[in-house]
Design a protein around this ligand. Sequence first.
Ligand code: GLU
Length: 215
Amino acid sequence: MCGIIAYAGGQEAGPILVDGLKALEYRGYDSAGVGVRDGTGRMAVTRVAGRVEQLAAALRAKAKSGAASRGTVGIAHTRWATHGGVTEANAHPHVSRDGRVAIVHNGIVENYLALRAELADVGYEFTSETDSEVIAHLIHRGLAAGHSFAAAVRQAAALVQGASAVVAACADEPETLIGLRLGNAGGIVVGLGDGFNLLASDTLALLPHTSRVAY
Ligand code: GLU
């Protein structure tokens, strides 16, 4: 179970998220990624099967070519693979096909094979080997059925078995991040700032920004 950091506020999210991931490196991990809402309302994802420094370099390269999202809402993750190899495609965030929903996940979805089969039956395509990806598609299915983001996340959480901590972002509600914890997958802590909020798996990642936290 590895690191999560998420930011919603008025500043460019990418650099804040990368710094947050650096603070979580001590936990150990094998890959890293960030997803930031872009100008078209999609979650633009950058991932590496490697170190946070490689992720930072990938983001710098994107920024140079003008391809980086300068959005102010985003989620980020350091992964310790449990299901699926250490590859860029398996690194988090995982995103729904239309780019509307992005999630990062710590823990294990124990019933992911059954959920994967159920989603594949109604046309969902999978781009990773992880157990985590089902969460993005379950939330998307709830939205497609007309539910709000919060209701879609609750519905997804009710279907997922095992211990998990998740942070989700949705292009339809650009200022909202939702965190949830199921079972003992480590905590999720909320950091409260002036004009911004953060979510993280570890208080350490929040402390450079705020000392007002809620567990
Ligand atoms: N089970 C997920 C995966 O293999 C999350 C692992 C983690 O907690 O970092 O991608």
